[in-house]
Design a protein around this ligand. Structure first.
Ligand code: ARG
Length: 478
């Protein structure tokens, strides 16, 4: 059964077999492996490297293997070593000795690199779909709350009033950079290693460009040593994912804080919260906490692969087999978290009265009062000091800037006039109309701009999906 048994006089030790086997996890790559094998085999037939008749028989056999694995799952038997061996071994049972011609002009080294790149392409597209859905959810909430006042924070201390839509749109920006990074990673992932052989290239008249086209790759790799040992595409996906999870964890953290009684900014829907086995009153933000917690996995998986790749000599080394589980775990985690976050946000109830009330507390309009004095000709530094004294007065007398009378104000500076009463929450946010500011008009603009970006990402994903190989496309391509 072993592809490489010929040189060996003794069977493999059972413990070695267990350590060596990757079938337990690379079985997930069966579709990618079979589609790439069909493309390879058809190319061998077209180029006369194997006979056209053999090629037809092998392709028919591979189609059957695919149908079987799809129906009942790929095998798990560790004697089969890895998915590449498992596919070939089943093919041999189905079509006999001719199966042995499939591995002409190919090594498992360029084969696994090809399968894994195909997988990562699909994973990037799936992730992007969910990133875009989450952006759309945030965008919808953002327009709903384009005028909802809330406190803005620095150092988790109330700082200046903002609108909730602006806060939510901050996450749309983060996700926009995430999407951009993923698209960039996709470009470097989409290069075909197959045709590099074990490490040095192959002594057959291959048509690598045809295989690249059949599998929807943008082009072929230029150095066989690099092609079989490069896992930058996986590292990039893991780092994109780590950054993306950092963003999700920040949003999750805000939901945890905001849903506490102390803040009381948001109430999570029952369907997206959990209870306590002992405290009947509890409603816990477990989903947000899990997203926050799972971020550790994504970071860990990045460090895991970086560590595996460190100082590896060229070219392929078996260490590289350790690449897959890190990526699978991160992609599964990312997809789980991204899927739940949008629906959780959309179903949550923002307590807009409470947000507005808190927005006006703790001297949150102090900067606006200072800016008022600046408009009356006072240098900003001086205005800052005057308002600082007013704030101390408010703290000592349990008052808010918004309930001081004009006379109160005038005790601190003669520059104050009746119109200081026009310093309000609404006026504060409306005035912040610099590009990127919290003014509702600016938020509406940002929503329109990102709406277009998001539609562009959706179109791009759809166009790349069309290039993803399917059984039909790999069979039909000429
Ligand atoms: N299971 C192996 C991997 O994931 C496939 C390549 C094996 N190549 C080899 N020369 N042993 O990397």
């Amino acid at each position: 059964m072993k592809q490489w048994g010929g040189r060996f006089e003794k069977p493999t030790d059972r413990l070695v077999e267990e350590l060596n086997a990757s079938i337990g996890f690379d079985r997930r790559l069966f579709r990618e492996d079979i589609l790439a094998s069909i493309a390879h085999c058809r190319m061998l037939g077209r180029q006369g490297i194997i006979s056209a008749a053999d090629s037809v028989v092998i392709v028919a056999g591979l189609r059957q293997v695919l149908a079987e694995f799809e129906a009942s799952g790929p095998p798990t038997d560790i004697a089969l070593e890895d998915i590449h061996t498992a596919v070939e071994s089943r093919l041999r049972e189905l079509v006999g000795e001719v199966a042995g011609r499939l591995h002409t002009a190919r090594s498992r080294n360029d084969q696994v690199a090809t399968d894994f790149r195909l997988y990562c392409r699909g994973a990037i597209l799936d992730t992007l779909d969910l990133v875009v859905s989450l952006q759309e959810a945030l965008l919808a909430l953002g327009s709903e709350h384009a005028e909802t006042l809330m406190p803005g924070y620095t150092h988790l201390q109330r700082a200046q009033p903002i609108v909730l839509g602006h806060h939510l749109m901050a996450y749309v920006e983060m996700l926009d950079r995430d999407a951009d990074r993923l698209r960039d990673t996709y470009r470097r992932t989409n290069v075909l290693p197959l045709g590099s052989g074990a490490l040095a290239g192959l002594p057959y008249p291959l048509d690598r460009e045809w295989v690249a086209r059949a599998l929807g790759f943008d082009g072929v790799s230029l150095n066989s040593l690099d092609a079989v040992s490069d896992r930058d595409f996986a590292l990039e996906l893991l780092s994109d994912a780590a950054i993306l999870m950092a963003h999700l964890s920040r949003l999750a953290e805000e939901l945890v804080i905001w849903s506490s009684a102390e803040f009381g900014f948001v109430e999570l829907d029952d369907a997206f919260a959990t209870g306590s086995s002992i405290m009947p009153q509890k409603k816990n933000p477990d989903v947000a906490e899990l997203i926050r917690g799972k971020t550790g996995r994504a970071y860990g998986n990045l460090v895991r692969l970086l560590s595996t790749l460190k100082a590896l000599p060229l070219s392929y080394n078996k260490d590289l087999q350790e690449d897959k589980e890190a990526v699978f775990d991160t992609v599964d985690t990312l997809i789980g978290c991204l899927s739940v976050l949008g629906p959780m946000l959309v179903s949550a109830r923002f307590r807009t009265d409470r947000l507005r009330e808190v927005a006006g507390q703790s001297g949150s309009l102090a900067t606006d009062v200072a800016d008022y004095l600046v408009r009356r000709g006072i240098p900003f530094r001086e205005a800052h000091a005057i308002v600082g004294r007013i704030v101390v007065y408010c703290v000592q007398h349990g008052r808010e800037l918004t309930d001081l009378t004009v006379e109160d104000y005038q005790r601190f500076s003669p520059a104050f006039d009746d119109d200081v009463r026009e310093v309000t929450l609404e006026a504060s946010v409306a005035a912040r109309r610099t590009a990127g500011g919290t003014a509702p008009a600016r938020v509406a603009e940002a929503i329109a701009i990102r709406g277009a970006t998001i539609a562009g990402t959706r179109d791009w994903v759809a166009s790349q999906r069309e290039r993803m190989p399917t059984l039909e496309s790999v069979i039909a391509v000429e």
